[in-house]
Design a protein around this ligand. Structure first.
Ligand SMILES: NC(=O)c1ccc[n+]([C@@H]2O[C@H](COP(=O)([O-])OP(=O)(O)OC[C@H]3O[C@@H](n4cnc5c(N)ncnc54)[C@H](OP(=O)(O)O)[C@@H]3O)[C@@H](O)[C@H]2O)c1
Length: 272
């Protein structure tokens, strides 16, 4: 029987790469997105079906899951990929931005997981692959605390759920990419600013310089991440956490090599 995969945030970036890859591998793909009416390339693929899903809406999540299971008869792998970022001093963040960061990156996966659990319990198994970030396992970018918060929360959710879903043969995995090419993440970042307060300007200038110096050509190939998702989806890998790319691996190695106080001071010194 043809295997089926459900992907959130398939309109661009990693979600889109993942949808095309699995379709090319012969899987049925439920490519979910907020505005499927605007999508033409994925819609034309015979193995891909589009479903409307804003992950922040639990009612839409249940409807999209039902529609995908109805369409394919069975779904065995779910990739919680949709994600957004807010940067800039926490002090300047709009109340709505704080809620949005949590709603998409944490409440979103919660909504999708909860919508899938009845199906996974009934079929006696399934796999959730949650796309986190190196910023879910360590801190490294000042003014990224809200994004860190959201991905650390996703990590806690995934690890905590492991115990409760293991008896049902339902697997949970985390993928931790560094920066990678071919996405629209940075252009959609909400940057928190204040019209009058200049106290954070020196730090912001250094963070911006760091971001710019991470030249696009030095960033990871998204196919590396897709290959790891493939390995998890097909059971060739059973890793709970998969770090992908040089940034993630280097930072985690550094973090593991020293006490947390030294790690924090070392990162802070880069921006002093
Ligand atoms: N880019 C990086 O360097 C990087 C590094 C580490 C981890 N990640 C993670 O990788 C994942 C994919 O990001 P990406 O880099 O591929 O960025 P991207 O190109 O901006 O893709 C993000 C996707 O999430 C969707 N999305 C946003 N809000 C949504 C909502 N409320 N409901 C449903 N979908 C929503 C976007 O859809 P719309 O088109 O509707 O906005 C888009 O399809 C994210 O979880 C991100 O945190 C990215």
């Amino acid at each position: 029987m043809t295997k089926s995969i459900f992907i959130t945030g398939a309109s661009s970036g990693l979600g889109r790469h993942t949808a095309i890859h699995f379709a090319q591998q012969g899987w049925n793909v439920a490519a979910t997105m907020r505005d499927p009416d605007r999508e033409t390339e994925l819609a034309a693929h015979e193995r891909i079906r589009l479903f409307k899903l804003d992950v922040t809406d639990p009612v839409q999540a249940r409807a999209a899951v039902h529609a995908a299971v109805d369409a394919f008869g069975d779904v065995e792998v779910v990739v919680n990929n949709a994600g957004v970022g807010s940067y800039g001093p926490l002090e300047f963040a709009e109340e709505d931005t704080i809620d949005w960061q949590f709603a998409v990156n944490v409440r979103g996966p919660i909504n999708v997981i909860r919508a899938f659990l009845p199906h996974f319990r009934e079929r006696k198994g399934g796999r959730f692959i949650n796309i986190s970030s190196f910023m879910g396992v360590t801190t490294a970018v000042p003014t990224g605390s809200l994004y860190n918060m959201s991905k650390f929360a996703l990590e806690g959710l995934t690890e905590g759920l492991y115990y409760e879903l293991k008896p049902f043969n339902i697997e949970l995995h985390l993928v931790e990419p560094g920066g990678f090419k071919g996405n629209r993440f940075v252009e959609k970042v909400v940057f928190n600013t204040h019209p009058d307060i200049r106290d954070y300007d020196p730090l912001i200038r250094k963070v911006n310089a760091l971001m710019k110096s991470a030249d696009e050509s030095l960033r990871d190939d998204p196919q590396w991440i897709v290959d790891e998702i493939d390995a998890l989806a097909t059971g060739r890998s059973d890793r709970f956490r998969t770090l992908v790319g040089k940034t993630s691996k280097d930072l985690m190695q550094m973090r593991a090599s020293m006490p947390i106080e030294d790690y924090l001071a070392t990162i802070a010194a880069n921006f002093a």
